[in-house]
Design a protein around this ligand. Sequence first.
Ligand SMILES: [Zn+2]
Ligand SMILES: [Zn+2]
Length: 497
Amino acid sequence: MTLSSMQTTLDQLPPACDDIQFNYCKTVACANFSRTDPQLYVLQKNNLQRPILICRECGAFPPVLSNHDVIAEKQRLAQQQNSGLAACSNSDCPHNGLPVLTYRQLYHAFGFSGERQRYRCKSCHHTFVDPWSNGNNKHQLQQKLLAYLFTGYTVREICRRLVINPKTFYDQLNHIAARCRHQLTIFDARLGKYAQTRHLATDLTPLQPHSDNGVLWIATAEADSGYVVSQHVNYQTQQPVTTYVNQHDAYHIGTRFIAPHSYYHSANTVVTSQGLLAHIDTTYRQILARKNMENPLSGEVTINYPTKGCLIRPQYTVYSHFLYLRELLNSNIPSLAVFMPQETLLRSACLSVFIDRVNNHTLHPLYVVEDAQWQHGQHAEKIDIVLMGWWRDRWSFSRNKGSNKGICHLGGNKKQQQHWLTVATHQAATIYQQRFYDQFSHMVNEPRRKLRPASLLPLLDIYRAWHNLCHQNKAGITPAQALGLISSPMTLEQLLQ
Ligand SMILES: [Zn+2]
Ligand SMILES: [Zn+2]
């Protein structure tokens, strides 16, 4: 990580990091869009805790972000994802943590250790074994454990039936999760090699909807097959090594960590807005009322801070999530579409990370809001255009048999409204998350777990692997099959071997 300058005053933008500068005007139609010359902006200093960039051209006021902390968060996500995979473990080596599975060219095969494959790092000559290169002698126990878990047994019941103690249960769960990450890495890498046009569906939702513990979960799926490409949460089990800053300060390293503190906000009488238009309008108002528009946790929300571990300001996790997607997906993909719910954070992160594609019109970012009754794929007959929100976003609405759907092309493209109204939906991600709540409701909602999200983290890896590789749709096809990544569904047994 290289900081171009550590010394900043409030006359300057937060320093770029690894050539990334995310602070600029994010209004696509504005002449200053994506331009990083500080002269183009006024940095508002009325409230030093909340510096705001104001675009001299269009008056938009994008929140300021620490580029350093986005990159640091991205490294955390990569570390988590690669944990347990065979990789150079020398912390002074540039190959440290880069798994053999996806970085084969960095390593030599170097004989065997027992039945396990040994590798040598080409940079530091450190050797290590691949823990996944021989059979799994615990697979029978693990298979039973998963089968019970997926049929809704509680941890206590599973322990009783398998005659194991809770510690063994969690050890095995973590082991299974690491094995699932190993399997997923292989298939994700296959997906990443294809250079074909992709539709992605993204959603952001609380990990435990009834706990208000501040842990948000972002998932992105390939929209047509339902294959979940990536998911992340803004929570880590370890305490940060830096000291907390009370307010977000983009000039302070480590500002992504939220200090342990609970916030209570008396529940508003939920306004049941009439119709889709009113609903979209209300959402824009709620976003504008946040202290930081790109931080859903800075709005009128209650946070019961987890008892262990640390929350991360969600904008850092979400920007990193999109950076991860950009790295995974083949850069030769001719055209990408990202379908998302109406959320400024998703919009800003997607546009900022894929700025080159936005500028050359090979990325279609779209807000999609639809009634539950809307039948996907139906032809949009009459289209109404409405400009909405502070940003005067251009929405297209269609109505059919009493149900409504609205889309908004965030890249400013006015063409193909009919096409997008027909194909755009973020249901692939939304349904995936909903099914997780249903499948594991006993763990997600268990009162003792409400402030202990850590025990759900291994479950997320296991669930994604099961969903992509084992779970069949009505036609007997898994998402991985639908994408051509594998020819048949995997059984739990195959997943664990
Ligand atoms: Zn502007
Ligand atoms: Zn090395």
